[in-house]
Ligand binder design. Structure first.
Ligand code: GLN
Length: 193
């Protein structure tokens, strides 16, 4: 199994390290060629069928680069077609209705104000238990449709969720040494085949 990490911008190297700890192979997607040769294959073809991580970073920049490189439409199609995807922070924003429009959520960007721009928390994560959470100018999920399962909340705000093949966290699990959420994505991938 190989996990493709979108490496247009932002914190992709930290995700590589997390999956390395779990013994899962990764590849970086920097352009449309990388995407087509590593990701954009049907499951039945066997080779190349992958799963994508959209890391934290800056969603406006990521959106612009994705469109400039012609990645927006093929990525959207692959996700709608069932390809597992894991979005963290800006990656959560990218999957919402105002961006790739694949997940039935609306994200509130930079949702914690200046003083709380960055902070750590610990909260219960459904199916895992208490996990450490690092928030950096993070969003939260302000609206979620009926197919969305909220997996964690902090101060009454939804900060992690799943809908079918899509897993999102408003925080950065790749910046802690707790690999359990990455493991959850790996398991989700295994079960989706
Ligand atoms: N504030 C960023 C945005 O709006 C997200 C921050 C992050 O990914 N750490 O895109």
């Amino acid at each position: 199994m190989k996990i493709a990490i979108l490496a247009l911008q932002g914190a992709f190297a930290e995700h590589e390290q997390m999956f390395r700890k779990l013994g899962t192979e990764t590849t970086l997607i920097r352009n449309l060629d990388d995407f087509n040769s590593n990701v954009n294959k049907s499951p039945s073809s066997g080779v190349g069928w992958s799963r994508v991580v959209i890391p934290g970073g800056e969603s406006t920049a990521m959106m612009r680069i994705m469109k400039d490189l012609g990645l927006f439409a093929p990525l959207r199609q692959a996700i709608l077609g069932g390809m597992p995807v894991f979005g963290t922070c800006a990656g959560l924003i990218m999957l919402d209705k105002a961006h790739l429009d694949v997940m039935d959520i609306k994200a509130k960007r930079n949702a914690y104000g200046r003083q709380l721009g960055s902070f750590n928390a610990k909260a219960d994560f459904k199916g895992i238990g208490e996990v450490p959470m690092t928030f950096i100018r993070a969003p939260y999920i302000m609206e979620a449709g009926p197919e969305v399962e909220i997996l964690a909340s902090v101060d009454g705000k939804a900060v992690a969720a799943r809908q079918k093949n899509m897993l999102v966290t408003a925080f950065h699990p790749e910046l802690t040494d707790d690999t359990r959420i990455h493991q959850m994505f790996v398991d989700m991938v295994a079960n989706s085949r």
